[in-house]
Design a protein around this ligand. Structure first.
Ligand SMILES: [Ca+2]
Ligand SMILES: [Ca+2]
Ligand SMILES: [Ca+2]
Length: 277
């Protein structure tokens, strides 16, 4: 009798989602879904060969918006945290046409996340926005500078420093649409905008010559096995996992295939042993 030898390959288990994913528009391959304000061109630095956007205009403010590239859109609440960032250089931001001479101006840098499902009677969308800096000027950003904001997309209240826009009762300043939480807005991001417009302010004309590059989004899965969300991994998370697994709760479906089986247990054990960042 000839014995057959079966080799059982050890399953190489993927631990569900990658912990952190970053997508960056480098402008090497064109606009990548970004639509800029007037006077913006895709340019190449003569010295470095780097491609970026250059906005030259006399205007109230400049903006770059994207409603076509899914990498920047959709349901942010699936992530434990989200970071939005961009590089900016200010070559000119001043009162070019005032006869008394050039006065340098300061403008904010704002990121806004728009949800068109919250269109109201006066507004076309509901949004949340963050003033990344109030000090954008030709003096402060004469070299490339990276700006970013990181936030918890599941927050129901507006996180520190964030504002809401789109509510009808906004006589005292912009507010979230009635009944909408921060998480409700970022659960369906239809459009993302980087701009020099703070919705709480009004602006006079200024002369802009501004370069921008590397618009990026980082989605961090957070720590999916810290099931009670207290920042440490211990028996209570194991207990919560067993309960969630038994109930077929999505929290225990760690590979997100809507089946509760060995692969989720295995993913839990390996992620638990790996620890949280
Ligand atoms: Ca670039
Ligand atoms: Ca825990
Ligand atoms: Ca599963």
């Amino acid at each position: 009798m000839k014995l057959k030898t079966y080799v059982v390959p050890l399953a190489v288990l993927a631990t569900g989602a990658v912990a952190q994913q970053t997508y960056t528009t480098t402008f090497d391959d064109g606009l990548d879904g970004w639509e800029p304000s007037n006077g913006t061109l895709l340019v190449t630095d003569a010295a470095s060969g780097n491609k970026h956007l250059r906005s030259v205009d006399e205007t109230f403010g400049i903006w770059y918006r994207n409603s076509g590239n899914a990498e920047f859109l959709g349901d942010y609440t699936q992530s434990g945290s989200v970071t939005l960032s961009m590089d900016l250089r200010v070559d000119l931001l001043n009162s070019q046409n005032i006869p008394d001479g050039l006065i340098p101006y300061t403008r904010p840098l704002v990121v806004e996340l728009r949800n068109y499902r919250y269109a109201g009677s006066f507004h076309q969308f509901g949004s949340v926005y963050f003033v990344i800096s109030r000090e954008i000027s030709e003096l402060n950003q004469d070299e490339w500078t990276t700006f970013s904001v990181t936030f918890d997309p599941s927050s129901t209240d507006l996180p520190e420093g964030w504002g809401g826009f789109g509510g009808d009762d906004d006589r005292d300043g912009p507010v979230l649409p009635e009944g909408a939480t921060f998480a409700d807005i970022v659960a369906n991001v239809d459009e993302i905008v980087f701009s020099t417009f703070d919705p709480e302010e009004f602006y006079l004309f200024a002369f802009f010559d501004v370069a921008v590059d590397n618009f990026a989004i980082t989605r961090d899965a957070g720590c999916p096995v810290d099931l009670n969300g207290d920042g440490t991994l211990d028996f209570f998370d194991v207990s919560e996992f067993i309960t969630a697994f038994t109930r077929q709760d999505p929290a225990a479906d760690l590979n997100a295939d809507r089946v509760w089986d060995f692969f989720d247990v295995s993913a839990f054990i390996s992620a638990y042993n790996a620890g949280c960042p």
